[in-house]
Design a protein around this ligand. Structure first.
Ligand code: F6P
Length: 359
C-alpha cells in the first residue's frame, strides 16, 4: 500500500468512473493510463461500473494501446453506476477485498459528489484513493470547474439557438429545461450564451405570475416569441401554485444516494404560461443529450490535466486528496474539504449579468 510519503516505484493503480456519465471521462482514463504507464512504469486496472465493479471484483487491464481514440469519445469505456458501498452490509470490507483481488495499491475515483463522498469515507478507512471531480452540473465546491460542464453548456446553447428560430416563426413561448440538479450553472451559462427571455434557476424560487407578466410585456412591446430556460431543480415561491406543482411532480423516484430523479418542471411551466398568457407554449427537455457525445476542446484539456495530476498525486503521497482547478491551476486538496458542500450558482453572475440583460 502506498503511504503519505509518496512512492517512486511502480504501482498497480485502479481507476473507476461513478455516478452519471459526462463528456471527458474517457479523456481522464486515457491520461491516467498514459501517465501511470509511461511516466512511472505502473500498471492500471479499470474497474467496471463504478463501485459496483470493485464490489464484484470486475476489472480489466488498461494498457496504453487501449487508449487510442479515447480522447474524443463520450461516455466512459469502463461503464458507470450509482452504487453506494455504504448502503450495504460490510461495504468497506467488500471494497477492500475487490481492490486486493485486482492487486491494486491505490485508486483513482472519477466522479461527482456521491462517488467522491464514498472515496472520502474509504480513505478514512485506510484505502489510498485520489479523487477526480466530474459532473456536467459544475456543483462541486472544491473546484472552480468540473469537466463536462463546458460541453453541456455548449449543447444547451446550440439547442437554444435552434429553438429560437422555430419559436420566432410560430410566435411561441418555448420552455427549455436543462439539467443541473439543485444548481443553476448550466441554465445560467446557456441562458446568457443563448440570449434568452427568462432564466430560472433552483437557487431563486420563482413566481409564475411574475414570469407570465414579463412574457406578456415582452410580447406586447415588439418581441413575438420567448425562450425560457429553466434548471430542472427549480421550484416556485411558497403558495398555492407551488402546492399544485409539487402534487403534479410527486412521483419522482430516488437513487441509491437518495437523490430524486428530477425533470418535469419545464412541462408544468409551459402549461401554466399558455394558460395564463394565452400565448402558445411548448417545452423541450434536453435531458441526457447534455451528457452525451464528444467533449469540447476545453473539457478534453481539463480532463487530461486532472488525469495526469491524479497519478502524480498518488506517487507524490497525496492520497486522500482530490485534484481541482483553482485560479486556472490544477491543485490538490483534501477530499473531505472538496466534497463538503454543494457549489451553488454565483448569484452575482445571475443578478449582475443574467438578470441585468433581461429587463
Ligand atoms: O448529476 C448529473 C446529472 O446529469 C444531473 O444533472 C441529473 O439530474 C442527473 O444526473 C440525471 O441522472 P440519471 O442519469 O440517473 O438520469
Amino acid at each position: 500500500m502506498i503511504s503519505k510519503q509518496g512512492n517512486e516505484s511502480a504501482l498497480r493503480i485502479g481507476v473507476l468512473t461513478g455516478g452519471g456519465d459526462c463528456p471527458g471521462l474517457n479523456a481522464v482514463i486515457r491520461a491516467v493510463v498514459m501517465t501511470a504507464v509511461l511516466s512511472y512504469g505502473d500498471s492500471v486496472a479499470g474497474f467496471h461500473d463504478g463501485w459496483k465493479g470493485v464490489l464484484e471484483s470486475r476489472a480489466t487491464e488498461l494498457r496504453v494501446e487501449d487508449c487510442r481514440d479515447l480522447l474524443t469519445q463520450g461516455g466512459t469505456i469502463l461503464g458507470t453506476s450509482r452504487t453506494n458501498p455504504f448502503a450495504m452490509e460490510n461495504g468497506i470490507a467488500k471494497v477492500k477485498e475487490g481492490l486486493d483481488a485486482a492487486g491494486v495499491n491505490a485508486l483513482v475515483a472519477i466522479g461527482g459528489d456521491d462517488t467522491l463522498g464514498v472515496a472520502t469515507k474509504l480513505y478514512e478507512s485506510g484505502i489510498p484513493v485520489v479523487g477526480v471531480p466530474k459532473t456536467i452540473d459544475n456543483d462541486l465546491s472544491g473546484t472552480e470547474l468540473t469537466f463536462g460542464f463546458d460541453t453541456a453548456v455548449q449543447i444547451a446553447t446550440e439547442a437554444i439557438d435552434r429553438l429560437k428560430t422555430t419559436a420566432e416563426s410560430h410566435h411561441r413561448v418555448i420552455v427549455c429545461e436543462v439539467m443541473g440538479r439543485s444548481a443553476g450553472w448550466i441554465a445560467t451559462y446557456a441562458g446568457i450564451a443563448g440570449g434568452v427571455a427568462e432564466i430560472i434557476v433552483p437557487e431563486r424560487p420563482f413566481d409564475v405570475d411574475q414570469v407570465c407578466q414579463r412574457i406578456v410585456k415582452r410580447h406586447t412591446s415588439g418581441q413575438y416569441s420567448s425562450i425560457i430556460v429553466i434548471g430542472e431543480g427549480s421550484t416556485l415561491v411558497p403558495g398555492p401554485d407551488r402546492d399544485g406543482m409539487e402534487r403534479a411532480m410527486q412521483d419522482m423516484a430516488r437513487d441509491a444516494f437518495g437523490h430524486a430523479r428530477l425533470g418535469g418542471i419545464g412541462s408544468w411551466l409551459a402549461t401554466e404560461v399558455e394558460k395564463r398568457t394565452g400565448f402558445e407554449a411548448r417545452v423541450t427537455i434536453l435531458g441526457h443529450v447534455q451528457r452525451g457525445g464528444t467533449p469540447t476542446a476545453f473539457d478534453r484539456v481539463l480532463a487530461t490535466r486532472f488525469g495526469v495530476a491524479a497519478v502524480r498525486a498518488i506517487h507524490g503521497g497525496a492520497v486522500g486528496n482530490m485534484v481541482a482547478l483553482r485560479c486556472g491551476q490544477v491543485v490538490t486538496l483534501p477530499l473531505e474539504e472538496g466534497t463538503r458542500e454543494t457549489k451553488f450558482l454565483d448569484m452575482e453572475l445571475y443578478d449582475g449579468v443574467a438578470r441585468a440583460l433581461l429587463g
